[in-house]
Design a protein around this ligand. Structure first.
Ligand code: HAM
Length: 389
């Protein structure tokens, strides 16, 4: 989770993630460390350090930290799952990486996620495009929002990402990267798009897709969900970072990967109803008005036997305990009153139809298990959704 801050400084001082959002500090040994804002740079650092066999395919999962303006779907600590492949320039690696992410969203049951792709060209092409874009934005400076004007100074490409309505016209008329792609970048990109077609992954080309990190070259992509607010609708993204290992002191090495934002993916799952709602339901609620330890021991025995159970506390009245049983969503209530207590029995009540049976208290657990097993499996998940893996 900690990394030498220098590793991230190399990924671009013009990147907000590094210059404005990084949690960095000096440790007791005088080293400048950072809480990692992302994990690709650390993977490349590890590659440069250990020089593994290529192609090197790795994955990671864990928290990242960015000093962002927090809001729904944008947090200062968030989780990512990612993969990286280092040591190959083959466009089929791009296809393999992108389709892996695509299949993940599909396997989850998300249907409102789409794939945006773009090519940012080789380093020099990108630089020429940036120069042209900077000149264009300079000419249209007065029509831009104040925030876009500030972004322009630090990282002109990021202006294309502006979601402010006042910037829309300037962004729409801006020169596009595709005009600056050389023949090798163009061929690479066409092979990636053709490969995606051949494995059945639908894509949308987005000339405005610039991504928030500076290390990208050639293929870039993002997965957006139209079930989320547009400012936080990217549920994952990635691309090629062919110069990064060399920037970190290793040999010239191509690389590509993605990171899926778990928090946003879960928000998208909620808004598409992928997992259904099973909140707060238990199978059995124990109602004890005998004032003994019946509720304590029976609830405990049920839970030990794998039956979800709950009970009331504070010596509540029968009426109030029955209300709590109702609210709990339990399939059965077990009633222990003074008569049952002295007879060593309990009443099992079916909460759906009100029918009741009496059984011995020491047989309550197997009896309830058997009754629950006989019930048809009920799910509160929307019936149209397939079950998530
Ligand atoms: P990223 O686009 O900065 O890329 O982050 C990837 C995903 O992490 C985003 O699409 C989003 O779902 C999630 N995410 C980012 N910031 C936040 C936040 N503040 N709160 C909640 N979720 C967030 C990278 O991090 C690159 N390292 C991806 C990559 C891997 N490129 C090549 N390999």
């Amino acid at each position: 989770m900690f990394e030498d801050a220098g590793v991230f400084h190399r990924i671009g001082e013009g990147t907000d993630v590094v210059s404005k959002e990084m949690y960095d500090f000096e440790d007791k040994g005088g080293r400048t460390l950072a809480l990692r804002p992302e994990q690709t740079a650390s993977v490349c650092r590890a590659f440069a350090q250990h020089r593994p066999q290529t192609p090197w395919k790795v994955w990671y999962a864990g928290p990242n930290f960015r000093y962002e303006r927090s809001q729904a779907g944008r947090y200062r600590q968030f989780d990512q799952v990612g993969v990286e492949v280092l040591g190959s320039d083959d466009p089929e690696v791009d296809v393999e990486v992108i389709s892996l992410a695509w299949d993940f969203y599909r396997a989850l049951g998300l249907t409102r996620v789409s794939l945006l792709v773009n090519s940012l060209g080789e380093g020099e092409e990108r630089q020429r495009y940036e120069a042209e874009l900077t000149a264009y934005l300079g000419r249209r400076r007065d029509s831009l929002s104040e925030s876009a004007r500030a972004t322009m100074e630090r990282n002109p490409l990021r202006v294309l990402d502006s979601k402010r309505p006042e910037d829309a016209a300037v962004v729409a008329e801006a020169p596009t990267m595709s005009e600056f792609l050389g023949s090798s970048s163009r061929r690479h990109f066409e092979s990636v798009l053709g490969g995606l077609d051949s494995v059945g992954v639908p894509w949308v080309r987005s000339e405005r897709l610039v991504r928030g990190l500076d290390y990208y070259r050639r293929t870039t992509f993002e997965f957006v969900s139209d079930s989320l607010e547009s400012a936080q609708n990217a549920v994952g993204g990635g691309g090629r970072y062919d110069g990064l290992v060399a920037d970190l002191g290793g040999p010239a090495t191509g690389g590509i990967g993605f990171a899926l934002g778990l928090d946003r993916t879960l928000l998208a799952c909620d808004s598409e109803g992928v997992f259904g709602t099973t909140e707060g339901t238990v199978s059995v609620f124990v109602v004890d008005t005998a004032g003994s330890s019946g509720a304590l021991s029976l609830t405990h025995a049920l839970r030990r036997a794998g039956v979800s159970a709950d009970r009331a506390f504070d010596g509540k009245s029968m009426k109030s305990q029955m209300k709590a049983a109702d609210r709990s969503g339990a399939a059965y209530a077990v009633l222990i009153g003074p008569d049952e207590q002295s007879a060593g029995t309990c009443i099992v009540r079916d909460m759906a139809d009100g029918t009741q049976t009496t059984c011995r208290i020491d047989e309550a657990v197997p009896t309830l298990r058997a009754m629950l097993d006989r019930r048809p499996a009920t799910s509160t998940a929307p019936s149209t959704k397939k079950e998530a893996p």
